[in-house]
Design a protein around this ligand. Structure first.
Ligand code: IDP
Ligand code: MG
Length: 153
């Protein structure tokens, strides 16, 4: 099954939205397989947001991501990367469609509630950046037959 990284950003923690956001992924039927709280550093953010290092907003993005701890989660499911990304909605939360996480809880391009991996390849790289093999928990999924048909993948 596919795995994807979700980071609940500092504003999500400060605004008391951690439970709301995690609850959406739970209710969707995704499986939480790893989770931790962490204060991010300039070094890890330079790596994580390397594709944005030349953007004028990069210093503010980094400061925003270090303003408080983040919650790192790994969610598992068939096509989890695409599904989670669509649940997050457009980067600019003001333009994100209502019903998406950013569309329902945000007003900003920067302070947009969650980070979600954008491809299966990047999900692997990002999960390795924040989690070690021992961070993942294996446990039974007794509702599997109610979440998926036997031939789904
Ligand atoms: P994504 O989070 O939707 O994948 P990316 O383009 O990868 O979007 O940008 C990473 C993060 O950088 C965004 O989630 C947001 O916090 C911030 N960001 C992106 N574009 C802007 C912008 O135009 N102004 C301010 N912050 C931005
Ligand atoms: Mg991105």
């Amino acid at each position: 099954m596919e795995r994807t990284l979700v980071i609940l950003k500092p504003g999500t923690l400060q605004r008391g939205l951690v439970g709301e956001v995690i609850s959406r992924f739970e209710k969707k039927g995704l499986k939480l397989v790893a989770m931790k709280m962490k204060q991010l550093t300039p070094e890890i953010l330079d790596e994580h947001y390397a594709h944005l290092k030349d953007k004028p907003f990069f210093p503010w993005l980094k400061a925003g991501m270090m303003a408080a701890p983040v919650i790192l989660c790994c969610w598992e499911g068939f096509e989890a990367v695409r599904t989670v990304r669509e649940m997050a909605g457009a980067t600019n939360a003001r333009k994100a469609v209502p019903g998406t996480i950013r569309g329902d809880y945000g007003m900003s391009s920067q302070e947009n509630i969650v980070h979600t991996s954008d491809s299966p390849e990047n999900a692997k790289i990002e999960l390795d950046r924040f989690f070690s093999p021992g961070d993942y928990c294996e446990y039974p999924s007794p509702l599997q037959q109610y979440l998926y048909a036997p031939d789904e993948k």
